[in-house]
Ligand binder design. Structure first.
Ligand SMILES: [Zn+2]
Ligand SMILES: [Zn+2]
Length: 284
């Protein structure tokens, strides 16, 4: 299984001289396994991925399975700029949770209404297929499962598995037990998230805040890196990628968070920890 990060930034694109090393594009992760291409989220990072795919396939059909964890702007905004959607021979499937007020397809189409975008969804030459998730999805020999996360709106995390390897993608999420007074229900929900990520070779997890920042933004649906480490320890994952970096964090700040989290993990015999960078590729 190969994993490549195309966008690692949370909330809003943040290009500029202070974010060049980690990158300013919003969430998009490419997963290749068993000859199949899967994509987690369609933030602005998916634009460059689309261009790379067009070059790689050189006119041959592009088959891609795009899993959208939730439809906040930062996770879908790159989709209208995904070049394979403008090629009739592409085979694109978009997976997401059913919306609470609108169908998944309708929610995605909303960002392409004429008030926001010049091309209509029905004019996309690839005619993508929309699938509302109802259970595990087989992609060739690979398998994708999902689990609900704690974030405003309906949000899923994904687990990609193939030939004994697994990558778990959790974005966006706030630990349940951090909210209200905690309690049995919250503990059960946190345990269920840890079970979902259990023994993953790689856990990609949003870790937007420092502990201090979290205290001021409780209830916004994001995590502090210390809680992400707790989850990784509980799930006994092999590697932890800190992800969905706060747009206000420059490269030096992310270095600092990476070092603090890696040190805390090493002290407890935990997983290898790194802050995900745009362009970074891993083989699991
Ligand atoms: Zn987000
Ligand atoms: Zn969100």
């Amino acid at each position: 299984m190969k994993v490549r990060f195309w966008g690692v930034r949370g909330s809003v694109p943040s290009p500029g001289p202070n974010t060049v090393r980690y990158g300013g594009n919003t969430p998009c992760v490419e997963i290749r396994a068993g000859g199949r291409l899967m994509i987690a989220d369609a933030g602005t990072g998916i634009r460059a991925l689309g261009e790379a795919l067009v070059r790689e396939r050189a006119g041959a059909p592009i088959e891609a399975h795009v899993f959208i964890g939730h439809t906040h702007w930062d996770h879908i905004q790159g989709l209208p700029f995904f070049a394979p959607l403008y090629r009739a021979e592409s085979l694109i499937t978009l997976y997401g949770l059913p919306g609470t007020t609108k169908a998944f397809q309708e929610v995605l189409a909303g960002q392409m209404s004429s008030a926001y975008f010049p091309v209509r969804p029905e004019d996309l030459a690839a005619k993508p297929v929309h699938v509302e998730l109802r259970g595990p999805v087989p992609i060739g020999d690979a398998r994708v499962t999902y689990h609900y996360l704690n974030h405003p709106g309906v949000t899923a995390g994904f687990r990609f598995e193939h030939a004994g390897r697994s990558a778990c993608y959790l974005s966006d999420h706030e630990p349940y037990s951090r909210l209200n007074a905690g309690g049995e229900f919250m503990d059960k929900e946190d345990a269920a998230v840890a079970r979902f990520a259990a023994d993953a070779d790689l856990m990609i997890c949003e870790s937007q805040y420092t502990p201090d920042e979290y205290r001021q933004r409780r209830g916004w649906g994001h995590s502090a890196f210390e809680d992400v480490l707790e989850l990784a320890l509980r799930a006994k994952v092999r590697r932890l990628a800190l992800f969905h970096h706060d747009p206000a964090h420059d490269d030096a700040k992310i270095d600092e968070i990476e070092q603090a989290c890696a040190k805390a993990s090493a002290a407890r015999g935990g997983p290898e920890v790194f802050a995900a960078r745009e362009g970074q590729e891993l083989t699991l």
